[in-house]
Design a protein around this ligand. Structure first.
Ligand SMILES: [Zn+2]
Length: 353
């Protein structure tokens, strides 16, 4: 607890504050709030660990758990791991509580190289039961992966998935499944699994909406302008990296085209605040792309905000012009603006006050 910039310890017994170590001479201030430990619901402790890939799994898992602990995380859910390191953390005091799912289960070649315990369809139900027993409750199945041709393909027949879920449920365990493509999500739900992990089907839906839908529907997507699988890298799987790069570019291009259309349409129908908002997002997403800054200048100008239009125009032209505002600067600015088809707007905006 922090009080007047001093760190203090609170002792909590059975959910009740039983004691506080006061600052000398200061009455404990009962007003305030206590933040309980945070829960991280999806982590793989020995992957991307701050200890580095060359360290042993135990060192990697502990390094990751230390970071979580320092951030206030007291419970970690680990839907699958390439090893058993986090099962050993559970026996020791001083670490976040870890609920693991044992090792990832995938068909041969059906996941990132070296990460999964590989099993055939015939062996999946018993392997799932084994992992659930070893982990103390959960098994994690990899339900699909990037196949040839850059498409995700489902790994397991429906009856095999259902049998695996049944075996795990019979011992009181639960099944988490990693699935990406909509078909595999449907199959997993039909099989009665307990949790869908990743489930980028949502995201695939967003991409489809962006590319084929109406801009009126897509422009308000909360994920618009976000990067696909932001922050994730797959250095051990070049095919995956190439797929992800391609998808990110496709998504970015679709997003920009959509915002451009939305801003133009808003300008033509007089929704000028929307025009400014969307043109601004366009410039934030990709300031160097042809036409985005010009669109924002026009959106400001048409909405009557001359000061903002002028500021935006000057920043657009600045790279091509000398810093000093001489009469020559003015002529050059108009010439530069002409190249973007904005000479008359520039003449109007840049005229001396
Ligand atoms: Zn994961």
């Amino acid at each position: 607890m922090i009080e007047d910039d001093h760190e203090r310890d609170l002792v909590i017994a059975d959910g009740v504050i039983a004691d506080a170590y006061p600052i000398p001479g200061v009455e404990p201030d009962a007003a305030g709030w206590v933040l309980p430990g945070l829960a991280d619901v999806h982590n793989h402790l020995s992957l991307a660990s701050p200890a580095g890939d060359h360290e042993d799994p135990d060192v990697r898992a502990r390094a990751s758990a230390s970071v979580e602990l320092a951030l206030g995380v007291l419970a970690i859910r680990e839907p699958g791991s390439p090893d058993d390191a986090s099962t050993r953390l559970g026996d020791e005091d001083g670490w976040p509580r870890v609920i693991t799912a044992g090792r990832f289960l995938a068909p041969p070649g059906g996941y990132f190289p070296g990460l999964a315990r590989e099993v055939t369809a015939a062996g999946l139900p018993s392997a799932a039961e084994q992992e659930a027993r070893r982990s103390g409750g959960w098994a994690k199945i990899i339900g699909d992966h990037l196949g040839p041709g850059g498409r995700f393909t489902a790994h397991w027949p429906a009856d095999v998935l259902a049998a695996a879920a049944e075996r795990v449920h019979a011992i009181g365990g639960r099944v988490a499944i990693h699935v990406t493509c909509p078909e595999a999500v449907d199959a997993a739900v039909a099989a009665g699994v307990d949790s869908i992990e990743h489930g980028w089907a949502d995201l695939a839906f967003d991409v489809d909406l962006l590319i084929t839908g109406r801009w009126q529907d897509a422009v308000e997507l909360p994920t618009l302008g976000g990067e696909l699988l932001e922050g994730l890298q797959f250095p051990h799987s070049p095919a995956y990296e190439v797929w992800l790069l391609g998808e990110r570019r496709r998504l970015a291009a679709a997003t920009e085209a959509l915002l451009h259309e939305a801003a133009l349409s808003a300008m033509s129908t007089g929704s000028l605040a929307d025009a400014v908002r969307w043109a601004n997002r366009l410039v934030c997403l990709n300031p160097r792309a042809d036409g985005h800054q010009e669109l924002l200048v026009r959106a400001y100008a048409i909405s009557g905000d001359r000061a903002a239009a002028r500021r935006q125009l000057e920043s657009l032209l600045a790279g091509d012009l000398p810093a000093a505002r001489t009469p020559a600067w003015h002529n050059e600015a108009l010439a530069t603006a002409q190249r973007s088809g904005m000479r008359s707007l520039a003449r109007d905006l840049l005229q001396p006050a």
